[in-house]
Design a protein around this ligand. Structure first.
Ligand SMILES: O=C[C@H](O)[C@H](O)[C@H](O)COP(=O)(O)O
Length: 225
């Protein structure tokens, strides 16, 4: 079965966790797309929820499908968030941000009681790092951060959109780094990166995930912590 179908299988399993009255965090990306589509259908069939979107793209799609979108401030706290990932390891640690939405995704995950990650089977890895780790930086500081990351042997590459710098929803830059060869522990790496002024967030999600649902062929494999 193709990765696209596996994404849909995982998404359809995840939406079973959504109940009337919940405040739901909506992730971003091609896997989250199927989850948002399914929630749209559930809402048309009478489900009553409020949602917080993790990107402008997700907000637009959710509203188009008739899902009631509120701000994080209005929500205060979320019952459940469903989101995709670029890589997930056996300890439920993730790399996210391939689509540039890591900052709002991490904020929403932090404010959710329960976080479900949905993915096709290609995203499951024994060790994180084949996927380049996205780092969100303040444009004022990006070039100097790149120099600092080069000195740390993390091979930073600023993300581009054609000839222009790629910009996030918060109008920041993304720098993708290579963590595959570093022997720094992930928790230490996260701490080191976050201590550089101008790095707003990293795509390492080390402790937020409660449940992982992997589409494997036509089956949804549910992994609990
Ligand atoms: O910034 C994007 C998000 O972190 C996505 O959830 C992640 O990149 C996975 O996206 P996809 O489901 O399209 O592979």
């Amino acid at each position: 079965m193709s990765a696209v179908n596996e994404k849909k299988v995982a998404a359809l399993e995840a939406v079973k966790y959504i109940k009337d009255g919940m405040v739901v965090g909506l992730g971003t990306g091609s896997t989250a797309f199927f989850m948002i589509e399914a929630i749209g259908e559930m809402v048309r069939n009478g489900l009553k929820i409020k949602a917080v979107a993790t990107s402008d793209e997700t907000e637009k799609l959710a509203k188009k499908l008739g899902i009631s979108v509120i701000t994080l401030a209005e929500a205060k706290r979320l019952d459940v968030t469903i989101d995709g990932a670029d890589e997930v390891d056996g300890q439920f640690q993730l790399i996210k941000g391939g689509g540039g939405a890591l900052l709002r995704e991490k904020i929403v995950a932090h404010n959710s009681d329960f976080n479900i990650i949905i993915a096709d089977s290609s995203k499951q890895v024994s060790r994180l790092g084949k996927f380049k780790l996205p780092i969100e930086t303040i444009p004022f500081s990006t070039q100097l951060i790149i120099k600092e990351l080069e000195e740390m042997n993390l091979h930073p590459v600023q993300r581009m959109l054609g000839a222009d710098d790629y910009k996030t929803d918060e109008n920041n830059d993304i720098v993708d780094i290579d963590i595959w060869k570093t022997d720094i522990k992930l928790t230490d790496l996260e701490h080191q990166l976050k201590s550089i002024p101008g790095i707003v967030e990293t795509g390492l999600f080390l402790t937020s995930t409660d449940l992982v649902i992997i589409g494997k062929g036509a089956q949804a494999i549910i992994e609990k912590k």
